[in-house]
Design a protein around this ligand. Structure first.
Ligand code: FAD
Length: 547
């Protein structure tokens, strides 16, 4: 790592900056060898070294790997402190000394209110997490196989939550059997997730992994939040950033990982301010950290299953047992991929059929022939990205050409890429294989010609349907299931509207419930528009809260 990056990762605070932290912290003595925080510990305090030294290590089965030694003026922590998650590392006093400690609430108040300290701390925290990811210094070991759908799912869950982990491939790594024997699990149980070196989860759900890693925050069913945002895609994260930065008490519920569809994009090139593009995951990680910095709570692996809308405050049910209350609600649950009607499709999902094209999938199909299905921008981006590693990329589209559905810059890039081949008016009609996808048959509709190829990787980039089935009954939806809001609501939709004023922009047929981003009927399906709608609706939430 470049020296200047190290200086930003481990900066030294000056006397004036430490003095400002004193106002909200507590000084205490530390003793040589004292354990200050342990890997897996929740609610670890932020500490500035005043005297002495603190060593930060990563515990492995074979001993400790030193990460850094904090000198006077330096501070502990990374983004888990802002997010309120368990520590990934161990910290110990190397010598007697003194530290200034801040709990999470005090730390969050400092990073939100003190621009200079906020910038130094947040930059260091993000760089430290990136460093942990690059070195695999996490608290998770994933034993899996590239042929197992569950392995790809858990990898995606960890990667999209920006969580460092080590993968051991049971097909190729000779150490894998030894690890499986050590924990007494069979090869049939893959993927196996070893959490903090202690708990062994066999083929776990994402929610079980989240619970083990401490992602699943305790929710207070009695507390009434100013606003509960459902969905942490670009729209929901924007609502969280603007809401929390303007003093609202914001809780975000997210079923998978921050970033939504954008988080699965390999590179977003048309989002303002990123002239060379940004990966969806990097954008999501920054946005989530920004929301948490301002004080939003983001509850991961928490799926809203019902919005009880016959009384206020509104109650949002989460699974069978949990619920939260809200004075205002922002629905930002976006959309999910449309799937072709192929009987064998579920067998091959994440096992040859993918709905996103990130570095994980690109590695799986390097030097192989692959198919990208779809004619919109997401398909074009995936094809261009995958063409760097795949041998040949076939783009299959139902239409006669790409021009009507894809941006001109992507069409030009596809035309200029030697190993991308466009097949128009063509559809997949069969997927075959034993344990994983091995063969694909496509049909050229005008001629009726069927072609079968040995292809093991298909990327479905065929558009999306709204995530609104959980809104049963309460809301006016359009004929495709997207939530109607603002001026799209008809007199019929508003027959039960109880107020004398009309609905605000983005307000649904229920007062104080807003719909933003891709989930909203007639929305523009873009990152920038989702972010714009999420931020604008907060102005209207203020008005509703003042009513
Ligand atoms: C591969 C790909 C590439 C793309 N590239 C671009 C691009 O380059 N430029 C561009 O402008 N746009 C791009 N888009 C479109 C863009 O990503 C979307 O328009 C944008 O993400 C919409 O944001 P959103 O927040 O409205 O919804 P989403 O991104 O769909 O996020 C919704 C979130 O809600 C969560 N959720 C759903 N239901 C629930 C529930 N019941 N409880 C809790 N959480 C729930 C989901 O897990 C998800 O995280 C791309 C899309 C894809 C799929």
């Amino acid at each position: 790592m470049a020296t200047e990056r190290l200086a930003e990762m481990f900066p030294t605070l000056d006397a004036a900056q430490i003095e400002r932290l004193h106002a909200v912290g507590h000084e205490r003595a530390i003793h040589a060898g004292e354990l200050l925080f342990e890997q897996g510990e929740a609610s670890v305090k932020f500490a500035v070294v005043l005297e002495g030294e603190i060593e930060v290590v990563h515990p492995y089965a074979d001993g400790e790997h030193l990460i850094t030694i904090h000198q006077p003026g330096e501070f502990t922590g990374e983004i888990n402190m802002i997010a309120g998650m368990r520590s990934l590392v161990r910290g110990r006093a190397r010598s007697p000394g003194r530290v200034l400690e801040l709990d999470r609430a005090a730390l969050r108040s400092v990073v939100a209110a003190d621009a200079e300290l906020g910038e130094i701390l947040m930059r260091a925290f993000i760089l430290r997490r990136t460093g942990l990811i690059q070195r695999g210094h996490g608290d998770v070991v994933l034993l899996g196989s590239r042929h197992s759908a569950g392995t790809v799912r858990v990898q995606e869950f960890l990667t999209r939550n920006y969580h460092p982990y080590i993968t051991i491939d049971v097909d190729t790594d000779p150490a894998a059997q030894a690890v499986l024997d050590q924990f007494g699990v069979g090869i049939a149980d893959v993927p196996v997730v070893i959490c903090r070196g202690q708990r062994v989860l066999k083929n776990p759900s994402n929610a079980e992994v989240a619970e083990c890693l401490g992602y699943t925050a305790e929710l207070d069913a009695a507390k009434v939040h100013d606003v509960v945002v459902i969905g942490a895609g670009p729209a929901g994260l924007a609502a969280a950033v603007y809401g929390a930065s303007e003093g609202l008490d914001v809780l975000v519920l997210e079923s998978t990982a921050p970033g939504g569809q954008a988080g699965s994009s390999s590179k977003i090139e048309n989002y303002l301010g990123f002239p060379t593009g940004i990966s969806g995951q990097a954008l999501a990680a920054r946005a989530a950290t920004q929301a948490e910095r301002f004080g939003s709570d983001i509850a991961i692996a928490r799926t809203a299953t019902r919005l009880v809308c016959d009384r206020r405050p509104y109650r949002i049910e989460i699974g069978d047992t949990d619920s939260v209350l809200a004075r205002a609600v922002v629905i930002a649950t976006g959309a999910r991929y449309r799937k072709p009607a192929l009987e064998s499709l579920p067998r091959f999902e994440n096992n040859g059929v993918y709905y996103s094209a990130t570095a994980i999938e690109a590695r799986l199909c390097s030097n192989e022939d692959i198919i990208v299905v779809g004619g919109a921008n997401s398909a074009g981006q995936a094809a261009v990205f995958l063409s760097h590693t795949a041998r040949t990329v076939y783009i299959l589209v139902r239409g006669k050409a790409l021009a009507a559905t894809m941006s001109r810059y992507l069409i030009r890039r596809i035309e200029d890429t030697r190993n991308i081949k466009l097949l128009v008016e063509t559809e997949i009609v069969a997927l075959d294989g034993r344990d994983a996808l091995e063969r694909v048959t496509w049909l050229h509709k005008p001629t009726g010609e069927r072609v079968t190829r040995d292809i093991g990787h298909v990327f479905m980039m065929t558009g999306a349907s709204p995530n609104t089935e959980w809104l049963r009954g309460c809301f006016a939806l359009d004929d495709k299931g997207f939530v109607k809001a603002g001026s799209d609501l008809t007199a019929h939709d508003l027959a039960a509207w109880p107020l004398s004023r009309p609905p605000h922009l983005f307000e649904t047929s229920m007062p104080g419930v807003f719909a933003v981003g891709d989930v909203r009927s007639t929305s523009v399906k873009r990152v920038a528009s989702a972010v714009g709608e999420g931020s604008v609706c907060i102005q209207l939430v203020h008005k509703v809260l003042a009513e």
